[in-house]
Design a binder for this molecule. Structure first.
Ligand code: IPM
Ligand code: MN
Length: 367
């Protein structure tokens, strides 16, 4: 098994959390005898400073030439005044578009060991295991026309979806539901938006091809509330781009911190793997960042680009194990008394746990 991975650490806490995801992948390669190679490039604000553009040609070429892309985060208050294509975020959106992945998978779990780290009641979140399937290449993020008028007095964006765009991401959601609990909840605002009416109609049609999967449609405002009240009722949640961006941050409250969530973007030429959290410039370089979202992201890379579900499951399990040992970063302080560990300590515990679990697995296969 050979895999070429392009690493884009990016800005803020991106580099410090990504290093632990890379360490996890290296440990996996070592224990299982795989050949993973890594090439690192700047993206976002870091690239803007070094090369004058948030997505340098060489970085993009390296990504297109690899088997998977592992990204940290982009964005920095340093570039708040930068507009248009030079914005760090514009570099990320251009990368997403070039790689072509349209389905962004964001799992959200309530981990038993840290239920008290959520402000939500433990009995309400226990057992929650949701997979958000967020459409990533359409809607307001990419719709044309878009502009801030020259006089600065008005601005517009366009929300646009085609049947093809909805169908392809819906198929991914139903397929994922097949591997889970056979339940898809599709989110829209069909009482107001035409794009949502098209979305609902198209998802319903695709759903007819998956007879064993239960399909519900819920308005986004209502869902935002239900997600806090009865999160364990959901399995796969299918959303358009902006709704998915907002709801996945909200859902992070169930896991205890945004720092816990990883993501995979699939369906394109090359898979793109990024934690859900941003660059968190306020805590960058202080050993406070939570590396577990990045480690979960590494697990998703193993699952979707390497085709190694067993190894992926071990990496995910290592996240639970670290938490079971009472090890947390500051964002997961919780109501129970725990000592707070640094990014480095948690990351190393994660890597150690991955090695241990994979070695046990290998020994099991050897007998
Ligand atoms: C995310 C981020 C990005 C998005 C930003 C940084 C462009 O918030 O991945 O959720 O809005 O998609
Ligand atoms: Mn977001």
């Amino acid at each position: 098994m050979k895999l070429q991975i392009t690493v884009l650490p990016g800005d803020g806490i991106g580099p410090e959390v990504t290093s632990h995801a890379v360490a996890v992948l290296k440990a996996t390669a070592e224990v299982c005898g795989y050949d993973f190679s890594f090439q690192t490039h700047a993206i976002g604000g870091a690239a803007l400073e070094q090369h004058g553009t948030p997505l340098p040609q060489r970085a993009l070429a390296a990504c297109l030439d690899s088997d998977a892309v592992l990204l940290g985060a982009v964005g920095s208050p340093k570039f708040d005044d930068v507009v248009g294509e030079k914005r760090p975020e514009a570099g990320l959106l251009a990368l997403r578009q070039a790689l072509g992945g349209y389905a962004n998978l964001r799992p959200v779990r309530a981990y038993d060991a840290v239920l008290d780290c959520s402000p939500l009641r433990e009995d309400m979140i226990r057992g929650t295991d949701i997979l958000f399937v967020r459409e990533l290449l359409g809607g307001l993020y990419f719709g044309q026309p878009r502009a801030l008028e020259e006089d600065g007095r008005s601005a517009h964006n366009t929300m646009r979806y085609s049947v093809d765009e909805v169908e392809r991401v819906a198929h991914i959601a139903f397929r994922e539901a097949h591997r889970r609990k056979n339940h898809v909840t599709s989110i829209d605002k069909a009482n107001v938006l035409e794009t949502s009416q098209l979305w609902r109609r198209t998802v319903t049609q695709v759903g007819r091809l998956y007879r064993d999967v239960k399909l519900d449609h819920v308005y986004v405002d209502s869902f935002a509330m239900q997600l806090m009240l009865t999160p364990s009722r959901y399995d796969v949640v299918l959303t358009e781009n902006l709704f998915g961006d907002i709801l996945s941050d909200e859902a992070a409250v169930i896991s205890g911190s945004l720092g816990m969530l990883g993501s995979a973007t699939i369906g394109g030429k090359v898979g793109l793997y990024e934690p859900v959290h941003g660059s968190a410039p306020d805590i960058a370089g202080r050993g406070l960042a939570n590396p577990l979202g990045a480690i979960e992201t590494a697990a998703m890379l193993l699952q979707y680009s390497a085709g190694l579900p067993e190894e992926a499951a071990r990496v995910s399990a290592s996240v639970s194990r670290v938490l079971q040992r009472g090890l947390v970063t500051k964002d997961m302080a919780g109501r129970r008394l725990r000592s707070i560990s640094s990014t480095e300590t948690i990351g190393q515990a994660g890597v150690q746990s991955v090695s241990d679990l994979l070695q046990m697995n290998m020994a099991y296969h050897a007998v």
